[in-house]
Ligand binder design. Structure first.
Ligand code: GTP
Ligand code: SPV
Ligand code: MN
Length: 601
């Protein structure tokens, strides 16, 4: 099963909802002239349209229908095995100067890249249907909300975008007929799904994205990383807000006091899990609700940061998801879910490594081959994903559609670090918090093509997603801080520290509530902490560890800092700042010096 499929012919009343906006019509005509599709399908996001596209996808082997009893209204898609993750080396920020893209992005001169892409797109949709997807990012009535149009020759993209965004009429209405209105132009073509002709290109000045040669996830759902983060971060700086790679969760005490926190962890480092956390038994009466699991758009309101989730669904990592690790995710993906690259059991159910229960005696793996528990290959790809509407989430926050967003009490940065970083600590102030974010590091994961498990600096979890110069991005964070009269407290967490036996020291998942509780206590000015060179650290008695089956010496180890490891860490910060070649703001260089000095005291 592959993505590439011939044109489809919709019956009257499907695929013909043309928007009135002349700028959109002109752009679509231009792209059609270049790519030469057999026909144009104007999406309206309706149920009828969706049913038709699913039926066509089944006929063309783009989707497999799953067992209706076990996973109602759910489907499996297999991407090309050469195309299973984001491709950072082929992701470009095309600004007039290289300096604007900065030291962390691949850069190309816009005219040169447009020419290269146009050459590849010439006639690329011959014999195929070209879909035009109108969508908005953000709640329908939010000032932050953005309109996008994505052109694609993939039905899988259309079906996924309907889950991941608010798609169809809502966007056409929001755009209106003003030909000068602001909207994002996204063009995607599978071409021939050849990794040597795969490019994900952003033109921030034109509010445009062109993606070719891939049919997978973040490369092609242009609403997500491309618009909501890369173009989004560029717009956010210009317009004075923040577009961040953060989950947003609500946490309510038994007394009914509610806080919201936003947390930036790199790809496949626990955002979806944290956003849906179920507190352990000991925390009876505490409730965690999800606003978003991947992206936060935050603006300043009444001197505070206020966050909305621009998305409408979750594109989550499947392997490891179980009733033990994340029951809310399991309930969310039991129905109306589009799976990519998981295994198919003989009875039409889905399976993956880490799912509850015994593995099936036989299955078809993500590549479409026979699989048994003795197979050397994994049944599901490590970056296999679900796309599920956020409405499926049993703990969806009631304020998720609120246009003004939710007020943020704390920002959390965190990476996957097997050493050095303690379970949790608090920054002394905003700029110190910005420094924690800027110097974050994490082991690479299967979410991007390339080696896994290598520690790299990933500032604010935005290394692959910042659409402009990272030095300006740091500066933007510092400037935002100056405008906040009631700034969120900033924390750093690490669920992934390992002991000498190379096993995780901390149980993670639901037990992360214990850390969240300390963070809330700090926001409430009731939590204890000791001052350390790296920030405020909780002592073991400051964290509620009741009913936790972890040895005291492990707790001491995971909460503590090792001065030798931190000398290496400090050198790592310095190397990273130096590698950026002079763009790092003075304030952050000073933070590093102060950190080094505190270790010498
Ligand atoms: P993206 O969707 O790529 O942005 O990933 P994410 O940040 O949402 O990560 P996700 O919650 O999907 O978790 C990724 C992997 O980390 C999964 O295999 C999880 O099982 C694992 N994980 C999540 N939380 C924890 C934790 O607290 N401890 C441990 N040990 N593993 C965790
Ligand atoms: C990530 O890699 O952070 C993801 C998956 O959320 S993708 O949408 O493919 O970027
Ligand atoms: Mn996620």
């Amino acid at each position: 099963m592959r993505n590439i499929a011939p044109a489809i012919s919709p019956p009257a009343g499907i695929g013909d909802r043309k928007p009135a906006n002349q700028a959109v019509l002109d752009w679509v005509q231009d792209v059609a002239k270049l790519t030469q599709p057999a026909n144009i399908f104007w999406c309206d996001g309706s149920d009828r349209e969706n049913a038709f596209l699913i039926e066509q996808s089944l006929q063309q082997n783009v989707l497999i229908k799953l067992n209706e009893k076990k996973v109602p209204r759910s489907y499996l898609h297999r991407s090309n095995p050469n195309d299973v993750a984001r491709v950072e080396q082929f992701t470009f920020i095309c600004t007039p100067t290289k300096e604007e893209a900065g030291p962390t992005n691949n850069w190309s001169e816009p005219a040169e890249m447009y020419l290269k892409l146009q050459t590849m797109l010439k006639g690329a949709m011959r014999g195929r249907t070209m879909f035009v997807i109108p969508y908005i990012m953000g709640p329908a009535d939010s000032l932050l909300t953005k309109v996008g149009f994505e052109i694609t020759d993939s039905k899988y993209v259309v079906l996924s975008m309907r889950i991941m965004t608010r798609m169809g009429d809502v966007a056409i209405k929001r755009l209106g007929d003003d030909a000068n209105a602001e909207w994002n132009r996204g063009v995607h073509s599978l071409l021939d799904v050849d990794p040597t002709r795969r490019f994900i290109c952003h033109f921030p000045q034109d509010n445009a994205i062109i993606s070719v040669g891939s049919g997978y996830g973040g490369n092609v759902l242009l609403s997500k990383k491309c618009l909501a983060l890369r173009i989004g971060s560029y717009l956010a700086r210009k317009q004075g807000w923040l577009a961040e790679h953060m989950l947003i969760l609500g946490v309510e005490s038994p007394e009914g006091k509610k806080h919201y926190v936003a947390a930036a962890f790199p790809s496949a480092c626990g955002k979806t899990n944290f956003a849906m956390l179920i507190p352990p038994k000991h925390f009876a009466g505490w409730k965690v609700t999800t606003v978003g699991d991947d992206i936060a758009w935050m603006q300043i309101r009444d001197g505070r940061l206020s966050a909305v989730n621009p998305e409408n669904g979750y594109f989550g990592v499947v392997p490891g998801t179980s009733y033990k690790s994340n029951p809310n995710a399991m309930k969310s993906i039991e129905h109306d879910t589009l799976y990519t690259n998981v295994a198919l059991t003989d009875d039409g159910d889905v399976w993956w490594e880490g799912k509850d229960g015994a593995p099936p005696a036989h299955a078809i793996d993500w590549r479409g081959n026979d699989w048994t528990p003795d197979s050397k290959e994994k049944a599901a790809h490590p970056n296999s994903r679900f796309a599920t509407p956020m409405g499926n989430n049993p703990v969806l926050d009631p304020d998720v559609e609120k246009g003004e967003g939710v007020p943020i009490s704390a920002i959390i940065f965190g990476g996957r670090r097997s050493d050095t970083m303690p379970l949790v600590f608090q920054a002394f102030d905003w700029n110190h918090g910005v420094y924690l974010g800027a110097t974050m590091a994490s082991e690479t994961t299967a979410a991007a093509a390339g080696a896994v498990g290598q520690v790299r600096r990933d500032p604010m979890a935005m290394l692959p997603f910042c659409g402009y110069n990272i030095g300006d991005y740091f500066r933007h964070w510092i400037e935002i801080g100056k405008r906040l009269t009631n700034p969120p407290l900033i924390f750093n967490v690490n669920w992934f520290r390992k002991g000498k036996d190379r096993k995780f020291l901390w149980p993670g998942f639901g037990d992360n509530m214990r850390v969240l509780k300390w963070i809330i206590d700090r926001c409430e000015k009731s939590g204890g902490a000791v001052e350390s060179p790296i920030g405020w650290l909780p002592s073991p008695h400051d964290v509620d560890l009741a009913d936790l089956d972890v040895e005291h010496k492990c707790i001491v180890e995971i909460l503590g800092i090792d001065h030798e490891e931190w000398q290496k860490e400090l050198a790592g910060h310095q190397n990273f700042f130096e590698s950026l070649g002079g763009v790092v703001p003075e304030e952050l260089l000073k933070q590093r010096e102060q950190l080094a000095a505190r270790f010498k005291q």
